[in-house]
Design a protein around this ligand. Structure first.
Ligand SMILES: [Zn+2]
Length: 192
């Protein structure tokens, strides 16, 4: 058993057998307590391991409960504990979409929409608010050499129209994903 103590009296107890064994993404191995306590996705006093997906080990991103309430299937919603903090796992090859860090997970089939990060089909939305699928952007770039997606979405955001937290499984703005996909398509096009 390793015991870490912080100045404010908070303690973190880790059984020796658990150190680094099943959480490849966490920072227990050789990490200082300061690192554990300052991971940005967690409250200050929560060990970072709960932020890591129990299946992939990827670091989860905290999502609001309204996102799960909006996007879980009805049978999954019946098992939701709204008082817990939930995290989004963005690992492509991991079936877990949300986890609460205390054992409960919600997998792809328990989310009512296809999840961009976990479903590589062209018809899957990147922007869930304004229906920009991979295919729509791809077709536009094939036909015109560029895509209006980023500008269009930015204008809608400025006008206060986006609803990412109830529409997008990641619970936040899609623009980074849009930019990445546009860059990938443009690079592939120029390479051909
Ligand atoms: Zn995962």
């Amino acid at each position: 058993m390793r015991v870490y103590r912080a100045r404010d009296g908070w303690k973190l107890l880790i059984p020796s057998s658990d150190i680094g064994s099943h959480c490849p993404g966490n920072k227990f191995v050789g990490a200082s307590l300061r690192l554990i306590m300052t991971k940005d996705c967690c409250a200050d006093s929560v060990p970072s391991s709960i932020c890591n997906c129990p299946v992939s080990g990827a670091k989860g991103k905290k999502v609001k409960i309204i996102t799960l309430k909006s996007l879980l299937t009805s049978s999954a919603l019946e098992t939701l504990n709204p008082d817990k903090t939930h995290y989004f796992c963005s690992a492509t090859d991991c079936p877990v979409v949300y986890f609460d860090g205390q054992g409960q997970v919600f997998r792809r089939h328990q989310v009512a929409v296809p999840v961009f990060q976990k479903d590589l089909r062209l018809q899957v939305p990147i922007c869930y608010c304004f229906s920009w699928t991979r295919d729509r952007i791809y077709q536009e770039i094939q036909q015109t050499g560029s895509s209006t997606a980023e500008t269009s979405i930015l204008n809608h955001i400025k006008a206060g129209r986006c609803r990412c937290e109830i529409n997008n499984p990641q619970g936040s703005c899609c623009l980074a994903n849009i930019r990445t996909f546009m860059r990938e398509v443009l690079q592939a096009k120029s390479a051909n």
